[in-house]
Design a protein around this ligand. Sequence first.
Ligand SMILES: C=CC1=C(C)/C(=C/C2=NC(=C3\c4[nH]c(Cc5[nH]c(C=O)c(C)c5CC)c(C)c4C(=O)[C@@H]3C(=O)OC)/[C@@H](CCC(=O)O)[C@@H]2C)NC1=O
Length: 276
Amino acid sequence: NNEFGVTKFKEFPYVSAPHRNLMVDLVSTVENRLGSQLLPCTLPPDVQYYQNQTGSAHASLHTRSGNKPSQSQIDFILGSWIHCELPTGGALNITSLSAFLNPLTDAPNFLIELIQSSPTSLILILDLPPRKDLVLCPDYLHTFYEETQLDTRKQRLEKIPEVKPYISSSLYIRSVVSPTAIMVRIETEASQPGRVEEVIKDHVDPIAKEVLGIWLDQCACGKREVGEAERAILEKRDGLIKIKTIEVDLGSNFPRLFGPEVANRVLGAIRDVYTV
Ligand SMILES: C=CC1=C(C)/C(=C/C2=NC(=C3\c4[nH]c(Cc5[nH]c(C=O)c(C)c5CC)c(C)c4C(=O)[C@@H]3C(=O)OC)/[C@@H](CCC(=O)O)[C@@H]2C)NC1=O
């Protein structure tokens, strides 16, 4: 039932303790700070927790929509974890937390994804994706990316020897992130077991919490004036990004990992939350 689904989600099983602790802390920080503005998760139990036929892939999805737009500028938050056993004996783990704002504000969204496909390598995506064109709106760049010093977090992380830039194969993905987006791959030596977990605990964890804190203070809880005409443009842009990122992130991976039936059910539920 609902309770089962929620506890299952919040356990972030299958990943290391530092990875789990980070995700649990981020989800509870968002829910504690925004909880009063969020409706409970209304996903069906077989979407809150789903798996493929053979049981080699398990996943959980947790979404909470904001109260009616008049009372909240939160569109919805979405948390997820996916665990897939790989034929090579390894496992793919993808954990993500994203938060989308509605057109009552034009402030950036929040996104973190940790994608681990081996014990020695992890992809980290951590960004406040902009919701307006930065060339047309220089104040937006100043307010959300310069004044917040987001680039210092990016630079701090890039100082770690094992941290390399991650260049997405999707040009679309590269086009939607901010200039301060953290898109890195942490590559460690097999001779250094536990190093990925150490980098998560000592560096990724504090930086992710700082970026989330900036988003909560300056974006989710900030006040922005958005005129009627601008609201319509925001709505269109937000909708396009939601649909396209589902296609890029999940369009080919989900059917491959979960089979067509489960993939269609879960993607249908995600599209319902995204377009509401
Ligand atoms: C707006 C800014 C965005 C950025 C910057 C971004 C980045 C990336 N995500 C990727 C992926 C990804 N993410 C998720 C979570 C998830 N995504 C959605 C989307 O609606 C939902 C609803 C959920 C929860 C279910 C899964 C399951 C999954 C993959 O399988 C995929 C991946 O790991 O491939 C290696 C990569 C694809 C491109 C690439 O291979 O480089 C790339 C790193 N994705 C953005 O949306």
